[in-house]
Design a protein around this ligand. Sequence first.
Ligand code: CU
Length: 392
Amino acid sequence: MLTNAIRSGPRKALVLLTAVCLASIANGALAHDDPPAPSGGFDMSVKDGTVHAPRADAHAPIGVMADHRHHKGDLMLSYRYMHMWMEGNLIGDNNVSPDKIATTVPNRFFGAPGQPPTLRVVPMRMDMDMHMFGGMYGVTDRITLMAMLPHITKDMHHITYKGGMGTTRLGTFDTSTNGVGDASLSALIGLIDAKTAEGAQHLNLILGMSAPTGSIKEEERILTPMGMRPTVRLPYAMQLGSGTWDFLPGIVYTARSGNFSYGGQYRGWIRLEDENNQGYSLGDLHQGTVWAQYEWAPWISNSIRVAGRTQDSIHGLDVNISGPVQTANPDFYSGERVDLLFGVNLVGQHGAICGHRLAAEVGVPIYQDLNGPQLKTDWTLMFGWQKAFGDC
Ligand SMILES: [Cu+2]
């Protein structure tokens, strides 16, 4: 089924390569005898065969996933809570009012029965809450597997304008969806683990796959410009998954020198199918980030981070999604965004809390250029808990 749907040659090669890699890693076929990692090679403070408490800065800021590996046989569990708050609309990098959207932006469905010439429903705010459950396991000292399963809640608030023209507001309505998102499995493969005079540096390759476990058929009641309240398939932005198998490549570099650490990561979400079973594929997403951290004491570090992302528009169309609203138009999904984020990592050093990590990171966009009208991001927040059972 998967192979039938993959039409383009290079993408097919990517999925096969990744599937083979993940399958062989999972089978332990690559579990040859690695040379023992240098003491403290993963900054986990293994000294003289005694395992000590980990350093706060041994993990990247909590918003960065797939930043570190584990020793062979070590299991880490994690939970992250993410909140994203969006309010107001942008066309390019300019704010645009709802009245202007409702009177000037063409409705791509105009010409179909009952469709007005311009957009008449305008999203004003959106909240997204995500609970992300994760596990990491060191298959060998060189290869760590990482599994992620998100649970997502989305809420969107809209204004409906009355009839086919003018700026009279008929009312407002909210839609919400919640459920499991797309599950993923990735492998982190150590390319370089080097010990330096004052610390260590690591370069890891990330190869992952995301499965279409999130719903793309969510429905809810809306308010139309004619005052009707039908239940319809919600726009792409409110769905919970991509509907496609996705390739998740990446590369991550981390380094520490004394109490100062830093790193950089690229991750991609490459759609492996031209269309899902509803006739479209989300655009590819590329994310890059760099950060620096300072560890005040072994139990606490603070971080500053810059994260950029570029998102392509949706290819194809779900014929069940239409209407005079920007989110029904597959073109109004692409854009670029750069966030500035501040974080804190805490890790227990003694007793019952030893090895338990708590971390938080808050971000604000410093640049957004959206092919819109599109809702703009106001801020993001992430909390996380992590516990590696090999620590302490
Ligand atoms: Cu981990």
